[in-house]
Unconditional design. Sequence first.
Length: 430
Amino acid sequence: MKLYNLKDNQEQVSFAQAVKQGLGKQQGLFFPKDLPSFSQAEIDALLKLDFATRSSRILSAFIGDEIPADVLAKRVNTAFAFPAPVTQVEEDISCLELFHGPTLAFKDFGGRFMAQMLSEVAGDQPVTILTATSGDTGAAVAHAFYKLDNVQVVILYPQGKISPLQEKLFCTLGENIHTVAIQDDFDACQALVKQAFDDEYLKNTMHLNSANSINISRLLAQICYYFEAVAQIPAEKRQQLVISVPSGNFGDLTAGLLAKSMGLPVKRFIAATNVNDTVPRYLDSGKWEPHRTIATLSNAMDVSQPNNWPRIEELYRRKGWLLSDLSHGAVSDETTEKTVRELAQKGYISEPHAAVAYRLLRDELQEGEYGVFLGTAHPAKFKENVERILGDTLPLPKELAERADKKLLSHLLPADFSQLRAFLLERAPK
Ligand SMILES: *Cc1c(COP(=O)(O)O)cnc(C)c1O
């Protein structure tokens, strides 16, 4: 597989390099040089396969012979070890539930596949993932890399500033996962990580890697669950399918559009945001005018400069598609709350991110169309808000409940780079 840098098309890398590097020169994103596609007959055959087998074929079409098919299949099996069910909400609308992984959010798919790919392409060279978290990403990274050969993970988080349950979710694993509670705030954690990456000796000795969220392997993994959604809906609805994607950095929507470019039948997509609506405004006016980011109930979508957008523009350009065909809209917190209640009345317990996507889908789905919205997180992840909105308590899902009694294994450090440096070097790969 060859990829090019969107900021400098001359820079071309292999899949392995793109996975290891994350970003290209000038912080440019990598994009696939070849866009594989399937015939209608091939799509029909793929849709009959089970999730993991089908996903290996899809990923193999991109990655090619850089990773042998049997090796890839084993990696995919390990990464996608949980289902992505489509649950009917109304007669003409279903939710693709992407929150049945170990950290209860769709980021488990991309994170776990990236971890498998990093471990695969690292070869004999052990790498150290270093990252700072204010809660959720830390858990996803820790679970994704847990017990993987060749990789150790160091996660910094602000002591006392993440919820006790969040802390239990990733600070009780041990093995190759090292968690460090820093006696300061999240910004201090991020500053320490930055200092570490600026320290050439440390970076080279530890083979530091950031497991960045814009890594191409994540996007490729996310393509697979769009096929899984289509496989589960009745065949006669497949030509009338509209998919609504709750969007922040627009990685999820990029993956959906890549699935369509491979031949998956999707009539149209809806780009759904909260009031951080740079993209919907851009699609209306043609002007790219990011505002200041506003905190909302769907906080994983509080992004005003979505970093995957250039990939979407490039895909539309390459395919000769028109951005005017991309449906879009933004939803306020007030409407989001009403929608969470509306869904509960229909018997479906949801959370703010999915509710944003459902709202736009319900409002603009046309006669004869069939709608699917993405359920990106388990309602229990946003327990406080969902309980307040519904005036009811939510049970703790087993992924959280089973870790609640485990012992915390975190180290405690002040926000002092020399102490963090010493901590890391003690764990340098031999
Ligand atoms: C990350 C996230 C999103 C947004 O996904 P993007 O790929 O960044 O657009 C939506 N919902 C939840 C729960 C998330 O964690």
